[in-house]
Design a protein. Structure first.
Ligand code: 5AD
Length: 383
């Protein structure tokens, strides 16, 4: 079957109990057979190509207090009540010209798309800044191969609906906003007010209504999260009709709030190896269940194993996000400990990531946006 010839409207998810068993490592035939089923589905639905999105972490300023995150608003200030200077990230926002340089780097590397990620800020100056850089990237990356410029995925957290609209009109056509967990109680334990599960779901709906291709995902290895909970996460992805999925293992962060995390029993559950295996199974089962979506082999996989991202590709992922953040800032953008590539330059990351795809015998998309067939089939393509 040619990629994209099935109709995802006919998508029928495996029963939750069956997905739960596979996620717990009880697939008949084991994880190897699970991975090859996922690869078969991938080849039939989205093809073998790996799409690249240059990942630019353009600011670590954040107004939110997610307990687990290394760039939370008061990161490093509450480790057993003692301020730990070494884990307080230096706050930065790249200049417009640094951002444009990174965009040109993506263009020259043939990535075709970039992801702009930052902490969450909603003030008018930030919104105007993002809008301006979107317009400039679009204007300055238009080439014969990319007549509409680089494809841009935005990942700047929850915003007002009119702000999503402004960003969409300025040229962003994909938006990543993880649900982190589809269990509302666990969501509430991980995220202090004013964040709320319902508002996060509402945001995902608004983004879709505006016309974005929408990505979501969860962290894997959260306390109390077994196969059944992960299977429900996959059902959630299907229910909101996500186009893209980004997931990775849950990892301790140097600046995160250990005291609160401990008190709330939020420290990562399971060994490193177990979390990595679960994350890989989660990619495979998500591929088998959702079929024609894009799934990223995320950087966090590589924090737990040097070949974690290749393994992600082997379990059915089809997107890689090489970091293009200037080397001097990477140290300040550690959402979790052990993040790889923090002492690399963008050029080194580009060569390395293309090598990772090649090592698992997968072609890399050159100069294309690499939208998910699911999105194009649903008509979610920018006007
Ligand atoms: N471990 C793993 N992933 C994390 N993220 C933030 N903190 C951590 C952590 N400690 C992820 C969240 C967020 C994404 C940008 O980074 O899922 O959505």
């Amino acid at each position: 079957m040619e990629p994209g010839t099935s109709t995802s409207d006919e998508r029928v998810l495996p029963p939750v109990e069956e997905m739960a068993a596979w996620l717990d490592g009880r697939h008949p035939g084991g994880d190897g057979v699970l991975a090859s089923r996922a690869r078969e589905t991938m080849l039939a639905e989205v093809g073998p190509a790996v799409h690249m999105r240059g990942l630019l972490e353009f600011s670590n300023s954040c107004t939110q207090g997610c307990y687990y995150c290394g760039i939370r608003n008061d990161a490093g200030r509450s480790v057993r009540g003692v301020r730990r200077a070494e884990s307080v990230p230096l706050r930065f926002t790249l200049s417009e010209s640094e951002i444009l340089d990174a965009a040109r780097h993506c263009l020259n590397a043939g990535f075709g798309s970039m992801t702009l990620q930052s902490g969450e800020r909603r003030d008018p100056a930030f919104v105007a800044f993002v809008e301006r850089i979107l317009r400039r990237i679009k204007a300055e990356t238009t080439t014969p191969e990319l007549p509409e410029g680089l494809g841009i995925t935005l990942c700047v957290g929850e915003q007002r609906r009119d702000v999503y609209e402004r960003f969409f009109n300025a040229g962003a056509h994909r938006y990543l906003l993880r649900i982190e967990t589809s269990d509302p109680d666990l969501f509430a334990r991980l995220h202090p007010p004013p964040q709320s599960f319902d508002r996060r779901v509402q945001a995902l709906t608004e983004l879709q209504e505006i016309g974005y291709q929408v990505g979501t995902g969860v962290m894997i290895g959260l306390p109390g999260q077994g196969g059944e909970e992960l299977a429900r996460d996959i059902s959630f992805f299907a229910a909101i009709d996500a186009d893209m999925i980004g997931m990775g293992p849950y990892i301790e962060a140097p600046g995160s709030a250990y005291v609160e995390m401990n008190r709330r029993s939020l420290l990562p559950a399971g060994s490193t190896a177990e979390r990595l295996r679960r994350a890989l199974r989660m990619i495979a089962v998500t591929r088998i269940a959702l079929r024609d979506v894009n799934i990223a082999a995320t950087t966090a996989l590589q924090a737990l194993s040097p070949t974690g991202r290749e393994a992600g590709l082997m379990f059915g992922a089809n997107v890689l996000m090489p970091i293009v953040t200037p080397g001097s800032r990477r140290d300040s953008y550690q959402l979790y400990q052990g993040k790889p590539c923090i002492d690399e330059a963008a050029e080194a990351c580009t060569a390395c990531i293309i090598g990772r795809a090649a090592r698992v015998s997968r072609p890399v998309t050159q100069n294309g946006w690499g939208d998910a067939p699911h999105a194009t089939r649903k008509g979610r393509i920018p006007a």
